[in-house]
Every structure is written in structure tokens, then in C-alpha cells.
Design a protein around this ligand. Sequence first.
Ligand SMILES: [Zn+2]
Length: 484
Amino acid sequence: MRFYLASLACAWAIGLALPAQAQRAHSRDPFHDVASLNARLAALHAAHPSTTRIVKIATTGRGDVLALEVDPDGQFAADAPALFIQGGIHGNEWISTEVVLRLAELVSDGRPRWRGLTYRLVPVINVDGFATGSRKALDPAGAPFDANRDFPVPGQGDHVSQPLIAALRDYVRTGKVVAVLDYHSAAECMLWPFAYDKAAAPPDVDAIAAITAQMASAVGFCSGQVAKVISYKHQGTASDWYQDALGVPAILVELGSVEDPGSQAVEQILIDQERPFGLFLDWLEARGTKAAVAVPASGCRDVTITVGEAPLGYQASGQACDGQRHGAWAFRYIDGGLMREGAYERGKEHGTWRTYHPGGQPHDVGGFVAGTPDGDWKRYAATGTVIEERRYAAGSREGALSRWTDDGALWQVRACAGGMCKTQCKTTGKTTCEAILAKAARPDRHAKRPASRATRAKPTRAKPAVVRKPPAAKRKKPTATPAS
Ligand SMILES: [Zn+2]
């Protein structure tokens, strides 16, 4: 089960050091660059001056590495339990930066649900790589290095990190970090330590594995131990060091792709990641790491909340009953139309949810059962063309997962079981996914001749018919408006 994920996980991007603008041209602009990201953090601080503060961790050639610290009680006590959240240690995995920025927007908004814990959020560690669309960071001499391989390996003594990572280590060691979330892309998995050794496990591995699996189910991702799910060598990762040196649960989140054909919209990824984040906070509260927050009985009332800013932010309206979303809710783009609609059952998405393109066309349609995706889901281009089909069983991807380009060409087919997906074909260069499937369906010329007389007697004319038979995924795709 391991080999195929390596091609999708973050290390895969080594050979894809495209300029940032080239990467982002595939997605909806504008997204952040270093200047606008740091300006956004400054704006959050300006909007919440008593409950947030900005800390400069390091300065790189392309700008400052900033943390937004949030204490909903405004105390900033040195020993206050803190959840440390990082993104962008691989600079080209920019969706991780957007997700951490979204979490910063959420936890700084003053709502009672964030109380009982403090937060330290660094949307982008590798500022140089983020600025240039490169996985690697730059050392003081300008030479590239993988910042997520520059931490001490557990049990192997100290390691002299580059100044950027040394500064990060110093920063995380101050105060009282009690848990870590480390965001990457694009393997669509939630992973628990360790990465450096399959046989090594955190002390409370069962509890960490359980919450990781629960978080994964909320977004239909796979879950498991990093070393077992991602097969390439990864010695010296940040999460391993946080888990080992700080002795706290450090979960690595591999978000989905945002640039491949059929990919999810960025604004929807940001909303989806609220679910596992909420589960993680509930888990910390149940463990006593986060102080419990009493929610007074308030009955049901109409609520409207605004999160983030245009174009990725939203304004959501519906009913909240005793602090939990309940009944029909609608999310709108801050600058206009309907983004997303469906219903909650006591705080959890339940039933069919629909998302929409900014122009109002259906985008993603599928069902939830008690907060986990379930059943058949379809994703559509703005033209109405189907660009993805997938199926879940209680939050676990099952069966074929197929993606098409916006103009209807089959781009990728994956076979999923138990949440793990294996790529059957993918269009690269001139080799199309359909050609790969056709070749796989063709009888092997080098196979041994059939042994039995009966088999040998079969007419060989049947073989070309097999070749011409279109593979299952090559069928004509529906282009009409989605059914419910
Ligand atoms: Zn990564």
C-alpha cells in the first residue's frame, strides 16, 4: 500500500520547482504572496489587539517569518498551554499556508469556542521557497536545503540546523507547546509519528492514531503512520522532532492538490479543514490539555458569521442551538453569491451539501452522515462538465476515483479501498490515462501459452475485441446539471 503514495506526497514536488506565478495560474487568483500574507497577519492583530500579537521568528532574503499568537483571554502567560500550527515548510505547498492563515483567522475572531487554549500559528516557515514556488529553503549562502529534513532525528543526537530552522526550534521551545499540527500537501492523508522509523511510535500511539483517523474521516483522507504511508526516506522532519523533543502529539496533515485537473476549490478546502481542526480541539479538551469551555444553554437562534476575506472567505448564516449549528445553513462569498449550502445535525454536516462556483454553477455535490462524507460525490467545472467522481463509505474513500480536465479528457483514475487509493492511470505528457488503461486491458503477448487444449482452441480473434473495448472509465461522462 505504500509505494504509490510517495508519488503524491510532499516530496514528490522536488522536481516541480515552478515559479509561484506559474503554479497559481491554475487556481483562482488572488492568493497571498509574502507581503500580502504578512499584511494579513498584521491586519488580524490590528483587529484584535488585546488577544493577538505578532512575533518575528526569523528574517530571510524574501521577508520575515512571522507567528500570530492568539490568547482568547488576552493574558499571554508564559506557561499557558499553546497549540503550535505551522504551514509552508515546503514553500511550494502553498495551500498549507492558506489553511494555517484560515485557522489564524478563525481562532482570532473572539468566539468562545477557542477559549481554554492559546495558539501560535506560522502560516509559512520557508518564506524564500514560498516566494519563489520552491519546495526548498535557502541557507545563508543561497544554497537550497529541505527545511523539513533539517531537524535532529530522534535518538540520533543533536544536529546543527540552518539558521532558519534553529530559530524555529528556539521559538517552539519557548513557552509551553502542548500539541502540533504541521500542514503539507498533496497526499490527502492525516499522519501520526514517526516518519524516521516504522518501528518507533509515540508513547500514547493508540490515542494519537485514533484521533488522526477520526480527523481523516471528516474529510475523506487516508490516515496512518508517516513512515508506513509515505515510503520515501524522511529523516529529520519537523513533526518527528516536535513529537520527540517536546513530547507532544504532532500530527502531519497532507492536504489535497489544488492544481491538478478535477481539484477541489481552495475556498472549499479551507472550510473542510475546519472539521478535523474542531475534532482535534475537542480531543485536546477531552485529554485535559485544553481547558473545557462551558456552553450555556441558549436555545435556538439565527446566527451569521464572517470568516476570512474575499475571495476565499465566506459569510455563513443559519440557526445555532445551544452553540451548535442545526438545520439549514448557507455560506456566501463575501463579495456576492451562494458558495455552499446544506444542513447540520447538532453541529455536524448531515445530508446533501452543494457548493457553487462564484458564477453560481454547481461545483461539488455529495452527502454527509454525522460530519463525515458518505456515498457518491461529483465535482463539476463551471461549464457543467464532470471533473471528478468519488465515493465514500463513512468518511473512507472506496472504489474508483476518477478525474477529468475541464474539457472532459480523462486525466486520472485511482482505485480506493479503506481510504487508501492506488493510481491506475494518470495523463502525463503525451501518455494519456486512457491509453494506459487500454494497454492494461490488452492481453500480454509474452504470457505463457495456455496449457489446456480447451483454452488453446479458443478463437484468437477475440483478442482485438478486448483491445477495442473501452475501459470502464472511458465511458461518456454526464455533462448535465447534477442530480441530488
Ligand atoms: Zn511537504
